[in-house]
Design a protein around this ligand. Structure first.
Ligand code: NAI
Ligand code: 15L
Length: 264
């Protein structure tokens, strides 16, 4: 790839992928509304708000692939979610349409389905059951991507990330954990496969206690290597098991299910 764009590059996952994906393209364009530090030789820095359509168009121009991590990444007041995840996503897909339809990895979330009980195993086609406005915004993102695929052939991977952290740190994450390594190898697979389409991909490592079925993805050639089970003893020692009446033990979205509708 000549030029890869990473949005949300100043964030938690953006900073990790900035390093891990350095070899994926000759040039990596890093974008965020927050500061991005000093560029390495292979990097270009763009400071822009996703809600600014003109700036987003310039950000996307000349890119062959997009890792879209930018936007609101947790529950919060509606206005911030709209800015990053509704207006911002529309601006991104319009910019992609005007600039040769570079393939997109969309960082969706398990909070699109957070109200499912933990006892259920989910395939890629289950109806949405979002657990808050943030989850609803990711449902919007997936639907928007699907529409751009159906009408314009825009290829996008809809990656419903579980919990992408260095290690699992609570009991729920023994099921939802996605290691940084497995996320990076997933992104590489998405950009490598000749034909992508617009698949739902569960963004989780090969966790023994996992809830999500990725068996529809054989053609992608992605094999997650990590397994949260190796951390079970450490988690059990460090964190008390939540009571069976608590959302952390009942719902796939965990405590997000308990969030109110936040106001500014
Ligand atoms: P983060 O909050 O650390 O990073 C998001 C970045 O987006 C920040 O640097 C922020 O400045 C930028 N941003 C927010 N609104 C913006 C706007 N309007 N214009 C331009 N930039 C804006 O989030 P994190 O953890 O790195 O997650 C990255 C993506 O992955 C997010 O889209 C999140 O929803 C998704 N995700 C992450 C999970 C995780 O476990 N970290 C789990 C599920 C989904
Ligand atoms: C997400 O969607 C968030 O971006 C992340 O911060 C975590 O809360 C994650 O889900 C999770 O469910 O653990």
């Amino acid at each position: 790839m000549d030029r890869l764009l990473i949005t949300g590059a100043a964030g938690q996952l953006g900073r990790v992928m900035r390093t891990k994906l350095a070899g994926l393209a000759d040039t990596v364009r890093l974008a965020d509304r927050a500061g991005l530090g000093t560029p390495a030789d292979h990097e270009e820095l763009v400071q822009c708000d996703l809600a600014d359509a003109q700036a987003v168009s310039a950000m996307v121009a000349g890119c062959d692939g997009i890792l879209h991590l930018g936007g609101a990444s947790t529950e919060g007041p509606f206005e911030g979610i709209v800015r990053g995840n509704i207006s911002g996503l529309y601006n991104l897909f319009e910019a992609a349409r005007a600039n040769g339809r570079p393939r997109i990895v969309f960082a969706s979330s398990n909070h699109t389905i957070g109200c499912y009980p933990q006892a259920e195993r989910l395939g890629p086609d289950v109806p949405f059951r979002p657990d808050g406005l943030y989850g609803v915004s990711k449902c919007f993102g997936e639907a928007l991507a699907r529409m751009y695929f159906e009408k314009f052939g825009q290829e996008t991977a809809l990656v419903r990330i579980g919990s992408c952290t260095p290690e699992p740190t609570n009991h729920r994450m023994l099921s939802t954990w996605l290691s940084h390594e497995d996320f990076a190898s997933l992104i590489e697979a998405v950009f490598r496969v000749p034909v992508l389409g617009c698949p739902v991909i569960w963004g989780a490592s090969a966790n023994d206690a996992g809830w999500w079925d990725n068996t529809h993805l054989g053609w992608l050639g992605w094999k997650p290597r990590d397994n949260a089970e190796h951390f079970r003893a450490g988690v059990a020692e460090a964190v008390p098991q939540p009571g069976s009446d608590k959302s952390m033990a009942r719902f796939q979205g965990g405590a997000y299910v308990d969030n109110p509708i936040f106001k500014e």
